[in-house]
Design a protein around this ligand. Structure first.
Ligand code: HEC
Length: 455
């Protein structure tokens, strides 16, 4: 689906990369040993996984979470444990063969036989466990063709445990809204500050009278189809737009956008024979100071087998436009230029803080490293000895480098043209409406739900 960019070159590797090594401490935990000059902050905290669900590291819930969410490099360094998504790629062999597969089968079946799902009744913990196992389940479904036998041995118990962990509709409705908790905590300013461009801000996106407008597509289509499909309907995605003049200016601008005929047009800056298309390149540009947001929220499978959106926010991505260069190619090949034009921020769910009832949205720091899993080429970073990469906020450029409104992909679909659909016409919507629309994706793909649906 990703159309090729004007210049094929790595956009994600800039700046010197320095690997953080891990050495065991006396208490068995792993502490980061940094190469001189390297940043001290990191995304990776393997010990985070040993006592997430219970202080007993051998608790079956802790063991399952650790097996699926912590990976070891070939030389034994551990990573993971507090990542949103498991370190599992399209080509991963981990869990599908060898000792990790045997261990997975043993742990899953042991969990079922001992009814370990009954050990923890707290709805929030059950929510997290279901969500985390569901991501693994979906990954195994994707690998079924290559490893039919091994996949089935995992899918059956995974499906059964996911079902046993399910909450009732009432319990799901009573789950907390961690976005509101985060806004109320005021750990971050609520507005972007042009004088402190590096400062992460967390706006009150959900205020229906506020300056941020939740946008949707006409014709009942999801507004963020690439994300929805990549995460296979386990999350809903909400898009918000804010022009500097506030709500009225934003609504008026959306109307302007819709006035330009909705058709695919050649992409400015690409060679004439390129198949790349965007929606209406002649659209009126939005002003400097415009901001966009993308919120990912959890979907759960209920006791009745329904797919229910929640108010549990898993991530928030923000981009603020500080300058708009009309040449689409220049930002792509020059990260300095991109950063001069857009400020980017990301917040992610911190499981521990959520369970502690604290503000659970954590700003991802510019010095953090991670193993990317979103829209990669599918190579397993652990099995291919690939070191962790620069912070996610340095990768936004790869897909959002176009000038102004052209990099507002929900509108322009630049590089992500969802054929055969016509180009989008965006209009004001509500988070409830968009979430309900996205939650229909999963029942529309019954082939993914075979082992989830069995009763
Ligand atoms: C691999 C490509 C890719 C990368 C990298 C990427 N995005 Fe996006 N992003 C998309 C696509 C595609 C959409 C459009 C929605 C959809 O179809 O899912 C989008 C949508 C968005 C939106 C909603 C507004 C819009 O442009 O449509 C925001 C905000 C956003 N991304 C922020 C970020 C931030 C911040 C980063 C870096 C931390 C980032 N993105 C990295 C592909 C990417």
């Amino acid at each position: 689906m990703l159309e090729s960019a004007p210049m094929k070159r790595s956009v994600i590797c800039f700046g010197a990369f320095i690997l953080a090594l891990f050495v065991p401490q006396k208490d068995g935990r792993q502490a980061p040993e940094q190469v001189a000059g390297a940043p001290t902050q990191y995304v990776i905290a393997p010990w985070a996984a040993t006592d997430l669900y219970s202080t007993d590291p051998t608790h079956p819930w802790n063991r399952l979470f650790r097996l699926f969410y912590v990976r070891a490099t070939p030389n034994g360094h551990l990573y993971g444990g507090d990542e949103l998504d498991p370190y599992l790629w399209q080509q991963t062999r981990y869990l599908l063969q060898g000792p990790s597969h045997d261990e997975a089968v043993k742990l899953l079946n042991g969990f079922l036989q001992t009814h370990a799902e009954q050990l923890i009744t707290d709805p929030l913990r059950r929510t997290l466990m279901q969500r985390d196992l569901w991501a693994v389940y979906d990954w195994v479904v994707m690998r079924k063709q290559d490893h039919p036998e091994a996949a089935l041995k995992l899918l059956k118990p995974l499906g059964e445990i996911i079902r046993r962990l399910a909450l009732t509709q009432d319990q799901i409705q009573a789950l907390p809204d961690n976005y509101q908790t985060a806004v109320r905590a005021k750990d971050f300013p609520s507005n972007a500050d042009a004088a402190h461009r590096e400062a992460a801000f967390l706006p009150d996106l959900f205020n229906p009278d506020g300056p941020w407008v939740c946008v949707g597509q006409q014709k009942e289509r999801p507004v963020a189809p690439v994300h929805l499909e990549f995460f296979q309907g386990r999350s809903v995605f909400l898009v918000f737009l804010r022009l500097p003049g506030g709500r009225n200016e934003t609504l008026a601008y959306l109307q302007q956008l819709r006035k330009v005929p909705s058709q695919w047009a050649p992409y400015p800056g690409f060679p004439p024979d390129s198949p790349a298309r965007v929606r209406s390149p002649q659209a009126q540009q939005f002003p400097v100071g415009t901001s966009v947001a993308l919120v990912r929220q959890m979907v759960l499978m209920s006791e009745q087998g329904e797919f229910v959106p929640t108010h549990l926010t898993e991530s928030v991505q923000l981009r603020v436009y500080r300058a708009i260069d009309p040449d689409p190619r220049r930002n792509y090949i020059n990260s300095e230029r991109f950063r001069a034009q857009q400020d980017v921020f990301e917040f992610r769910l911190d499981r521990r803080r959520l369970l502690a009832g604290e503000n659970s949205l954590r700003a991802v720091g510019a010095s953090e490293k991670e193993f990317p899993t979103f829209m990669t080429h599918g190579l397993d970073d652990f099995e291919s000895h690939t070191p962790p990469q620069d912070a996610p906020i340095f990768r936004c450029q790869g897909c959002h480098y176009d000038p102004g409104v052209q990099s507002f992909i929900s509108h322009s679909r630049a590089h992500f043209r969802p054929l055969p659909d016509p180009p989008p016409d965006l209009l004001e919507s509500t988070p409830e409406q968009e979430a309900a629309r996205d939650a229909k994706w999963r029942p529309g793909h019954p082939e993914l739900n075979t082992e989830l649906a069995k009763r």
